[in-house]
Design a protein around this ligand. Structure first.
Ligand SMILES: Nc1ncnc2c1ncn2[C@@H]1O[C@H](COP(=O)(O)OP(=O)(O)OP(=O)(O)O)[C@@H](O)[C@H]1O
Ligand SMILES: [Mg+2]
Length: 211
């Protein structure tokens, strides 16, 4: 599976989501996390984790063009033998498009507290512009506070505006914030739910069993 985690907006949980998904996928088969943020946030995370971080989960700096970098990923992505997770930086339409073009599933994190429909429209336009047959994409609500108005309204607003929404919602949790700069072990269960959901849509119409 090739997952792109992307959004035009900053601070919405992109890198956190990318790291958590990569950690889960890396427990199963070779996985590469590609850091497309020009500030290098996944790489910084990985360096902070130091020895804790398994050598079997490489974090690579994005190199242009991305599709060529993916052909160099050593573990046989194109034979469907491994997974790739791509993190992108905020406000980087060029890399957003390249990441979407290379992905088969796209996750667009949106902070429930800071839902910005205009930004979401920008992101959706970019994703739609790079979409290809077989691509699945959806908005992921992150940092959702339990019973708050913003938490309840956000999904309705997103759906009203016609954006597909992953059913999984990531709560606002101190333990998730505290995982930054560490190898997440165990990965919070909510990311397992998300991964399961991504897999389900990705499996539809795709016969390659390895995906
Ligand atoms: N579910 C959550 N609960 C609490 N804190 C969270 C959660 N998800 C992310 N955070 C924290 O919110 C901040 C922003 O998250 P993150 O860096 O993943 O966002 P980003 O979209 O990658 O940001 P940037 O646009 O700067 O790359 C971080 O401090 C992170 O630890
Ligand atoms: Mg980031």
């Amino acid at each position: 599976m090739r997952i792109a985690v992307t959004s035009a907006k900053g601070g919405v949980g992109k890198t956190t989501t990318a790291v958590m998904l990569a950690a889960l996928l890396g427990q199963e088969r070779p996985t590469v996390l590609i850091d497309g943020d020009r500030q290098g946030s996944a790489l910084t995370w990985r360096h902070q984790a130091g020895e804790q971080w398994p050598g079997t989960l490489p974090v690579e700096r994005w190199t242009d063009p991305l599709h060529e970098q993916l052909t160099r990923v050593p573990s046989g992505v194109h034979e469907g033998l491994s997974h790739v997770v791509i993190d992108t930086g905020p406000g980087d339409p060029e890399r957003m498009r390249a990441a979407v073009a290379a992905a088969d599933v796209v996750v667009i994190p949106v902070g429930a507290r800071m839902l910005d429909v205009a930004q979401l429209q920008d992101t959706a336009r970019i994703v739609a512009g790079a979409a290809h047959p077989g691509l699945s994409w959806g908005v992921l609500l992150t940092m959702r506070r339990g019973a708050t108005r913003s938490g309840e309204i956000a999904p309705a607003v997103i759906e009203r505006d016609g954006f597909p929404l992953w059913a999984t919602e990531v709560p606002l949790r101190e333990s998730i914030a505290a995982a930054a700069g560490t190898y997440p072990s165990p990965v919070p269960a909510v990311y397992r739910d998300l991964l399961e959901e991504l897999r389900e849509v990705n499996a539809e119409g795709i016969t390659d069993a390895a995906r």
